[in-house]
Write a new protein. Structure first.
Length: 132
């Protein structure tokens, strides 16, 4: 709806919400992978430094870092969808200013660019859901 509204499309808001959703998905994947063998505290499994980086600092909003730590590429490859990570939408989504550039309105996107990012996010969600 944020993109299809004829009154006032809000591509930055759509992309920001897309990034937040992906951040949550990737953090859940990291937690799931870390906790599978046993159920100790996550900080103990990851180590304090990695835990703080992912869950206690602004670096934890970096999709590229979260994708690496969550083995996203491997999951997408298993689903035959790893080409998503080579696209321009993914590269934009992982840019260094994100998500703050969207949250604070310093980055402008066209509706088409936003649609590409939301589509990439939707495809990642679908591939990860099928991989479970």
């Amino acid at each position: 709806e944020l993109l299809g509204s004829s009154h006032s499309p809000k591509p930055q808001v759509a992309c920001y919400l897309n990034l937040v959703a992906l951040e949550c998905l990737l953090k859940a994947r990291i937690m799931d992978q870390a906790m599978r063998p046993r159920m100790p505290p996550l900080k103990e499994v990851l180590g304090e430094k990695k835990y703080e980086q992912l869950f206690g600092s602004s670096a934890g909003h970096s999709l590229s870092l979260l994708a690496e730590e969550s083995s996203l590429r491997r999951g997408l490859k298993a689903a035959g969808r790893d080409k998503i990570l080579q696209g321009t939408a993914w590269k934009r989504m992982c840019s260094s200013g994100r998500p703050y550039s969207l949250r604070y309105g310093t980055e402008k996107l066209s509706t088409a660019e936003a649609q590409d990012e939301v589509t990439a996010g939707t495809e990642i969600f679908a591939a990860m859901e099928n991989a479970r």
